[in-house]
Design a protein around this ligand. Sequence first.
Ligand code: N0T
Length: 531
Amino acid sequence: AQAQGAASPAAAPLPRIERTAKGAMLMVDGAPFLMLGAQANNSSNYPEPLKKVWPTIDAMGANTLEIPVAWEQIEPREGEFDFSWVDHVVGEARKHDKRLILLWFATWKNTAPAYAPEWVKLDPKRFPHMLTAKGDVHYAMSPLGSETLKADTRAFTALMHHIAQIDPQNTVIMMQVENEVGSYGNVRDFSPMAQKLFAGPAPQALLKHYGKPAGSSWAQAFGSDADEYFQAWYVASYLNTVAKAGKAEKNLPMYANAALASAFGRQSATTYSSGGPVHHVIDIYKVAAPALDLVAPDIYNRDEKAVHAYLDLYGRPDNPLMVPEIGNDAEYARFFWDALGKGTIGYSPFGMDQTGYYNFPLGAKGIDDTINGFARIYHLFAPMQAVWAKAAAQGQVHAASEPADPVAGHKRELLIGRYKATLGFGQDAFGFEPPRGNPHPTGGAAIAQLGPDEFLITGFDARVTLNLATPAPGETLTLLRAEEGHYAPDGKGGQVWVFDRVWNGDQIDYGFNFTSISQVLKVRYARMKGT
Ligand code: N0T
C-alpha cells in the first residue's frame, strides 16, 4: 500500500486576485503574476488550429494563452459532455510551459448566441431571444430566459468540475465568463416578462447603491439611463449565477470583458453593446455580479487619449485593471507601459496565431511585422514579472508610453515621490537635443520605486531622466550608482537581481537611454543639502 499523502502532492494554492491598499495582484502558485498574455483567434479552439497558435505564443514569450471553450463543443447534445478539447489544450499548454485563461463562449459571444449548441439555437421557445421595442425578435438571447440560464450554468459548472479534476496544478488560472455580453441595436429586452419587470420596482440593492428611494421604478430611479441599467442588471445577474456556480466547483478568478462604449460622452445605447459592462455601468456589475472579480476593457481604439481613459475607467479600487484584449497592430504594443503604470494584472493582444485571420481594421493586417513590438516587451518582463506585479500592486510603478500626438512634445513626465521622471522619445543617446519622437511611437518606460531614492528602471526607445520635482532651497541630487543587471530564477520559484555592470560616463551623462535592447537598471540617488 502507498503511504498516505505520497500519491498526491499537496495541491498548489489556487490562483486568486489579492487586493492591496494601492491595487491588486494576480497570485499564481502563491506568487505575484503579471499576465503577459496573447489571445488566439476565435475559431482556433480545436486541436488542428492549435498547432498554429503555439509558434506565435512561444515567439512572443507570453506566459499565458487566452483561448475559447465553446458551449457547442463541450455539450453538442444536451446533457452529454465532451471535454476532449479542454484536456487537449491543457495538456498542450503544459508542454509549452504556458498558463491558460479559458474563454467561455456560450449564451453571448460578441452579444450573439453563435457558439451555443444546435439544441439551444433550434429551441427559441425554451431559449428565448429578446424582443425589440417594436416586438420583433432580436438576434441576442434574453437574459431573462430561465431555461437558458439553467442550461448555460449547468454546462459551465460541468466545465469547472472537469477543470477541478484534471488541473490540480492550475494550468488554467482564470475564466472569462461569456464574451462581450450585451446587445447591439436594442437597448434592452422588451418581452412581456421584461416589460413587467421594468414597470416594477428596481432591485433594492441597486437603489441603495445609487441612493434612490426604496421602491422606485427603473424609470423613476434612473431616468434616461433606465433601459440600459435594466439590461445591465439582468445580464450581470445572469453572469453572476453562471460564475458563482462555476466557482463552487473550482474557485478560479473570473471576469467579464466589455465591448466598449466611447470613452468620451454618451452615445445612444443602441450603438454599442447595451447591457454589457461598458464603463458607465461598472457599478451595476459590482452590485449584481460579486462573483465576477473584475470587468475588463477590450481595447480596439488607436487613439491614445481614449486608451488612457479606458485604463483609468476600468482600473478602480473595486475593479482590478486587466486588458484581456487589445488590437494586435504595432501601435497597440506600447500601451502595455500605460497599463502597467496603472497597475494592470495582465495584458493580451488579440488574434495572435498563424491561422491566417486578421481582424483589421481593429488590429493588424498581418502580425509578421507587429509581433516583435509585443514580444520584446514580454521577453523583457518575463524574467522579472513577479517583481513588477508586486510593485504595481503597491502603487510603486510609474510608466508611460510614447505619445503619438506631437503636441505632447514627444515626452512624458511622471511624479514619483520627491522625484520627477522625464521620458523623452526619439533622442540620440549623446547630447541634449530635445526629443523628436521615434519614427513610429514605439517607446515606453517603467520605473518602480524601490525606496525613497532607489528605482528599478527599464524601457524601450526612450530616455529616462530623474530630477527632484521641487527641490528645497539648496537641495541637490547626486546619482550614486546605476547598476545594470537582470533577474534570474532564485531556485525557489522567485526572481532575484543579478548584477552585470555599473553604468557611468556616457551611459549616464545624458539620462538613461534605452534602445531596442533589453536593459534593466537599478538606480540609487542621494539628496544633498548645500555643499
Ligand atoms: C472582439 C474581437 C473578437 C472601433 C474582434 C471586438 C473577440 C471579441 N470584439 O475581432 O471577436 O472575440 O471580444 C468588438 C469591437 C467592436 C467595434 C469597435 C469599433
